[in-house]
Design a protein around this ligand. Structure first.
Ligand SMILES: Cc1ncc(C[n+]2csc(CCOP(=O)(O)OP(=O)(O)O)c2C)c(N)n1
Length: 805
C-alpha cells in the first residue's frame, strides 16, 4: 500500500496505507462484535457486551493517544484498545470465554465480563512498569460512570508532575506532565452524579483530560430525552466552555460518529489543548449507532422505531467510511471488499484459536480427573459401577467446566468415604491441588501479593524520652505530617479545608504554608471525586492522602471505594494497584451526621482495603508509616474525640510501624476479655476500673485494625484464660461487633473456651442523637458496659455479685 500522504482536509494529510489500516481495523472490530454475540447464543460464553457502532470515533481517539497516556473508559472501547495495540482478537475472545490464564486474558485473567479492559501496569512481581514507555488503560468497571472519579486523579497527576519540580525524576510515570487522561462514557451514563461532579472538578483543577461521550441516543432502551435536559448534552455542557484563554474552563467539541475526517480533526485539536496547556476537553460524539443493541440480553427492535433502525443502518460508521473512501477515490470497491473478507476470516481464526486454548486449559483438568477417577474405580470393587457412572456423566457433558470436574471429584470422594481404597490419596491430592489452582484463578490478589504487601511490615514500637513530651493528639499528627511532607515528595494531600486552615482538626496545620499549594490542596465538597483524585494519582506512582472530612460522609464515596478501589488488584489479578491513603475521622462527636460509626458497612463493602482504627495519634502515625511502606490502599479512621487529648510524643515518629492485624492487650485481667477498638478503648478502660472495684477483672484488647483482623489469634488466647468475652463497639448491633464475634468464635474456635454466652455491646439502632446527652443515650457508655458485664457475674454467683435491682 502506498505511503504517500493524501490531503484529506485543509490541514490533515494521511497516507492511503493508514486509511486502509483504519478501515481494516473497524471491520475486524465489527466482526468481533458479530461473532462474539453468536458465541453467547451458542452457549460458549455467558454474556456479551460489544463496541459495534463506536468503531470510527475510537480510531480517531487512538491517533492522538501516546505512550504514557492513560484511559479510564467503559465497555464499548474494544476498537480503541485494538488500535493502541493493547487488545488482540485472541484476547478479546479469551476474555469472552473467561480464560483464567493471564497471558490469554491480560485484562482480567477471566475475572471480568468481556470488554472490560485494562493494561498490565505492574510486572509479575507487582512493581510498576515504566508507564511512560507504554500505552495505559486503567481497569474498567461495569458501573455506569464509575470510571469518572478515577479519571480526575489520572489527569491531576500530570498537573503535579509538570508543576512540582521535586517530581522531575519520576520519569517512569511522567515526562513533564505531558500525559493526557482519556475518559469515555455513554450518553446515558452522563446522567450520573459522578459525571457532573468529575467534570466540574476537572474544570476547576484545569487538568489534561479528553473526555469522549459516545452518544448513541439510548441508555439500554431509554431514549435520551429521559436522560438529558433539552435532550442535548452539548447544550447542557455549554456552560463549561471557557470564553477566553485566561478563563478556567473546558474546550468543548461536537462531531459525528461516522465522520472520519471530522473525528480526526477534532481529536487533533483537542489534544493540543489538553497536552500542551492542560485544558480539559469534552468531545461529544453524536450520531453514533449500536447495530446489535445494548448487550446479548435483549434485542433493540423492541424499543427502536423502524425509522431509527433504518437510520442506524444508513449511518453505520463503517458504511460511511467506505462511501468516503470510494468518493475520494482512495481505494476501489474490490480493495475494500478484500479487506472486509480478510477481516472476517482473521476474526474467525482468532475465535477458533481462543476457544481451543480455553478448552485445552479445562481439558487438562478433565484428563487429570478422568485418570484418577478411573484408578479409584479400579480399586473399588464395591462402588466401581457408581464411580464409573460419575466419570461417564462428567464426560457426557458437552463442554464440561472446571466446576463440573471439581463436583465429580468430590462426589467420588464421598462414595469411597468408608473404603480402604489404595487410590484414595491420589484423589485427595488431586482435589487439593486443583483447589489451590482454582483459588489462585478465582480468589487471589484481593490484597497485594508483592513484597510490598502491608502484611509483610513488622511492628516498630515508639520510643519515649524518660520524661516524655506530652502534647495534644493533633500536635502528634501535625508533627508527623510535617516530617512526611518534608521527606517524601510523592506524598500530597487533597480534601475539604485541608490546605489554608490545615484541616478541621488542625492535623495539617501549617503544612500548606511550608510545602505549597501543590502538595496540599483544598477541594470542593465532592467526596467521590476526591477519592477518585487519589485513586488516579496513586495509579500514576504518587502517594496521595485524600481526606473525607468526617467518617459519616464516606457514604458519598462508597461506590468508588467499593467498586473501584477495593476491587482493583483483584479484578486485574495483580496487574494494577492504587496505594491510596484515605484519611478520615470518626466515632464520637455530635449528632446524626458527625458521630457515626458505620463500621459494618465499611468492613463488608471494602474488602481489599485495609481498615485502620487507631485509638490515638501515635498509633495513627505507625499505621500511616506502614501504609506508606506498602503498595496497598488503607482507610484511616482517626479518633475524632482525641485530637485534644494528651499523648506522649515519641522520639521516633517517622520510624514507628504498626503491624496490621496485631492487637494490643491494653490491660491484663482474668475474668472477661473485652474486645474493642478506636475511641471505645478509652470508655472500656474506664469501665474496667469501675468493674475492678466490684471484683471483676477485665482483659482489654484493642484490635487496632479491623481489616486485617487479629492475624495471630491473640484474642482466643485471652479467652482461654478468661472463658468469657464481650465485643464493645460503637456500630449498630450486627455490625462490626458481629464481624469480630464471627472471627473469634468461629475462625479462632473461641466458642470452645467459653463458659458464658458471648456478648456484644453496641450503639442503639438509630443514628446518634445530638449533644452530650444524645451521645450518652445513643452509644455504649461506661454504665451500659458495666451493667452488661456485671449481670453475667450476678447470674453466675449472686452472692458475690448481688443483683443491682
Ligand atoms: C450504576 C449503574 N446503573 C445501571 C447499570 C445498568 N446499565 C448498564 S449499561 C446501562 C446504560 C448505559 O447507557 P450509556 O451510558 O448510554 O452507554 P451505552 O451502553 O449506550 O454505550 C445501564 C443502565 C449499570 N451498569 N450501572
Amino acid at each position: 500500500m502506498s505511503d504517500q500522504l493524501l490531503q484529506i482536509d485543509k490541514k490533515i494529510k494521511i497516507s492511503k496505507k493508514e486509511i486502509l489500516e483504519d478501515y481494516n481495523l473497524i471491520n475486524e472490530s465489527r466482526q468481533l462484535s458479530l461473532l462474539g454475540r453468536k458465541e453467547v447464543f451458542m452457549g460458549r460464553a455467558k454474556f456479551g457486551v460489544f463496541g459495534d457502532g463506536k468503531e470510527l470515533a475510537q480510531i480517531a481517539m487512538s491517533k492522538v493517544f501516546e505512550n504514557g497516556d492513560i484511559r479510564s473508559g467503559y465497555y464499548r472501547d474494544q476498537t480503541f484498545m485494538m488500535a493502541i495495540d493493547q487488545l488482540t482478537s485472541n484476547q478479546f475472545f479469551s476474555q469472552l470465554y473467561s480464560h483464567t490464564d493471564v497471558k490469554k486474558d491480560p485484562h482480567s485473567a477471566g475475572r471480568q465480563m468481556n470488554c472490560h479492559f485494562a493494561t498490565r501496569m505492574l510486572n509479575e512481581s507487582g512493581e510498576w512498569k515504566t508507564l511512560t514507555d507504554i500505552k495505559n488503560s486503567t481497569s474498567d468497571i461495569s458501573c455506569v460512570a464509575g470510571q469518572m472519579p478515577r479519571l480526575i486523579g489520572l489527569a491531576y497527576a500530570s498537573k503535579l508532575y509538570r508543576n512540582n519540580s521535586s517530581l522531575s525524576n519520576e520519569q517512569n510515570f511522567s515526562i513533564n506532565g505531558n500525559e493526557v487522561a482519556f475518559g469515555t462514557i455513554g450518553d446515558a451514563g452522563t446522567s450520573e452524579g459522578h459525571f457532573w461532579e468529575a467534570m466540574n472538578a476537572a474544570g476547576v483543577l484545569q487538568i489534561p483530560l479528553v473526555m469522549s461521550i459516545w452518544d448513541d441516543g439510548y441508555g439500554i432502551s431509554v431514549p435520551s430525552e429521559y436522560h438529558t435536559t433539552r435532550n442535548d448534552l452539548s447544550k447542557v455542557l455549554s456552560g463549561f466552555q471557557r470564553s477566553n484563554k485566561n478563563e478556567k474552563g473546558f474546550e468543548l467539541f461536537q462531531v459525528k460518529g461516522w465522520d472520519y475526517v471530522g473525528l480526526i480533526k477534532t481529536y487533533r485539536k483537542a489534544i493540543l489543548y489538553a497536552r500542551n496547556e492542560h485544558v480539559p476537553c469534552i468531545i461529544h460524539v453524536k450520531e453514533v449507532t449500536q447495530p446489535q443493541g445494548h448487550t446479548t440480553s435483549g434485542s433493540h427492535e423492541r424499543y427502536k422505531s423502524k425509522e431509527r433502525l433504518k437510520w442506524e443502518d444508513d449511518f453505520c460508521c463503517i458504511k460511511k467510511m467506505k462511501e468516503w473512501i470510494i468518493k475520494n477515490k482512495i481505494a476501489d470497491l474490490n480493495e475494500l471488499n478484500d479487506i472486509e473478507i480478510s477481516a472476517a476470516s482473521s476474526s474467525k481464526k482468532s475465535r477458533n484459536s481462543a476457544w481451543k486454548s480455553y478448552r485445552k486449559n479445562i481439558n487438562e483438568d478433565l484428563q487429570d480427573a478422568n485418570a484418577i477417577i478411573t484408578r479409584v474405580a479400579q480399586n473399588s470393587p464395591k462402588n466401581k459401577k457408581e464411580i464409573i457412572s460419575v466419570r461417564n456423566d462428567l464426560n457426557n457433558i458437552i463442554q464440561p467446566l472446571k466446576s463440573d470436574i471439581q463436583k465429580s471429584l468430590k462426589y467420588v470422594q464421598r462414595i469411597i468415604r468408608s473404603e480402604n481404597n489404595i487410590a484414595k490419596h491420589y484423589l485427595i491430592n488431586l482435589i487439593s491441588e486443583k483447589s489451590k489452582k482454582y483459588f489462585d484463578e478465582y480468589s487471589s490478589h484481593l490484597y497485594s501479593q508483592s513484597k510490598y504487601s502491608a502484611l509483610n511490615i513488622e511492628e516498630v514500637v515508639p520510643i519515649y524520652l524518660k520524661t516524655p513530651n506530652i502534647v495534644d493528639g493533633r500536635e502528634v499528627i501535625n508533627k508527623y505530617f510535617d516530617g512526611i511532607f518534608k521527606n517524601n515528595p510523592l506524598v500530597f494531600a487533597v480534601g475539604e479545608d485541608v490546605g489554608l486552615i490545615g484541616g478541621v482538626n488542625q492535623g495539617f496545620a501549617g503544612i500548606q504554608k511550608k510545602y505549597g499549594k501543590l502538595r496540599i490542596t483544598d477541594t470542593g465538597v465532592r467526596e467521590a471525586s476526591i477519592i477518585g483524585q487519589g485513586i488516579g494519582a496513586a495509579m500514576r506512582g504518587l502517594r496521595p492522602i485524600v481526606e473525607i472530612q468526617y467518617l459519616d460522609y464516606v457514604y458519598w464515596a462508597i461506590q468508588t471505594l467499593s467498586d473501584d478501589l477495593s476491587t482493583l488488584q483483584y479484578r486485574t489479578k495483580g496487574g494494577q494497584k492504587a496505594p491510596l491513603i484515605i484519611r478520615t475521622r470518626g466515632h464520637r462527636l455530635e449528632g446524626i451526621w458527625h458521630s457515626g460509626s458505620p463500621m459494618g458497612t465499611l468492613i463488608n463493602s471494602l474488602r481489599g482495603i485495609h481498615i485502620l482504627t487507631p485509638r490515638n495519634f501515635v498509633e495513627a502515625c505507625g499505621m500511616y508509616n506502614t501504609l506508606l511502606d506498602s503498595d496497598e490502599p488503607g482507610l484511616m479512621i482517626e479518633p475524632l474525640n482525641s485530637y485534644r487529648l494528651k499523648e506522649n510524643l515519641p522520639t521516633n515518629l517517622d520510624k514507628i510501624r504498626v503491624e496490621f492485624g496485631v492487637p494490643h492487650i491494653l490491660k491484663e485481667g482474668n475474668d472477661i476479655t473485652i474486645v474493642t477498638y478506636g475511641s471505645m478503648c478509652k470508655i472500656v478502660m474506664e469501665t474496667s476500673y469501675q468493674l475492678e472495684k466490684v471484683g471483676i477483672s477485665c482483659e482489654i484488647i484493642d484490635v487496632r485494625t479491623l481489616l486485617p483482623f487479629d492475624k495471630n489469634k491473640t484474642i482466643v488466647e485471652s479467652v482461654k484464660k478468661t472463658n468469657r468475652i464481650l465485643f464493645a463497639d460503637e456500630d449498630v448491633s450486627g455490625g462490626a461487633s458481629a464481624f469480630m464475634m464471627q472471627n473469634v468464635l468461629e475462625r479462632q474456635n473461641g466458642y470452645y473456651y467459653l463458659d458464658s454466652k458471648p456478648l456484644s455491646i453496641t450503639s442503639m439502632d438509630h443514628r446518634p442523637a445530638y449533644s452530650t446527652d444524645g451521645d450518652y443515650f445513643s452509644k455504649p457508655n461506661c454504665e451500659t458496659i458495666f451493667e452488661k458485664i456485671y449481670k453475667v457475674f450476678n447470674e453466675l454467683d449472686s452472692r458475690s455479685y448481688p443483683s443491682l435491682s
